[in-house]
Design a protein around this ligand. Sequence first.
Ligand code: GTB
Length: 216
Amino acid sequence: MTPTITAFKASPDRGRGLARDMQVRWALEEVGQSYDVRLVTFPEMKQAEHLARQPFGQIPTFQDGDLCLFESAAIVHHIALNHPGLLPADEGGKARALSWMFAAMSTMQPPIVEFGMATILERDKPWFEARQPMLEQAVRTRLDQLAARLGDAEWLDGDFSAGDLMMVGVLRRLGPSGMLADYPTLAAYVARAEARPAFRRAYDDQHQVWVEASKG
Ligand code: GTB
């Protein structure tokens, strides 16, 4: 059966692949699983039909037969468990890849998203000038630690895995800030991931959705 995912009909990121359907598309491309996409508007995401798929009224979701999943990391993990290509064969390697997926979502993502959202939403607020350096430092602390662990390695733990896919998905949200330029090994890590054919296919597909939406 061909799974169906949900994605923004008109993504606020203007097709830059920063919304989280990108990670699901990328995982499906990595394992060679074709998929359908149901595009949803913001109002549709808050209606009962979509809330049954995603209780918080968000994208992405993943439906395969009777199984309906939400949370991008859970979806990518499910794909990785059910297809070869995104997890090592040994149990220890699988568990470590899951650690990196959690690290991406729980340790790296919160300061990165908070910094990004403050840049967009709080620029005109009186506290912005005082708060932003603190938020930036919180991101830099995590980038320093991640760069120290990655060193000169190609990927976080052996071959490319779902852990790298989720980590790169989070790091890409720093793109507009230019901050990664201060971390050459992390910038090269992201560039290596973005050069993967599966990433390119996923990126192009979601970008095309934006192109169509912007035609009105
Ligand atoms: N924890 C959930 C997951 O990982 O699946 C979070 C899902 C989520 O945040 N979904 C967002 C959403 O549906 C889209 S991806 N938001 C609508 C809502 O909450 O009403 C987050 C996102 C949105 C926009 C940009 N952007 O414009 O750059 C980047 C990322």
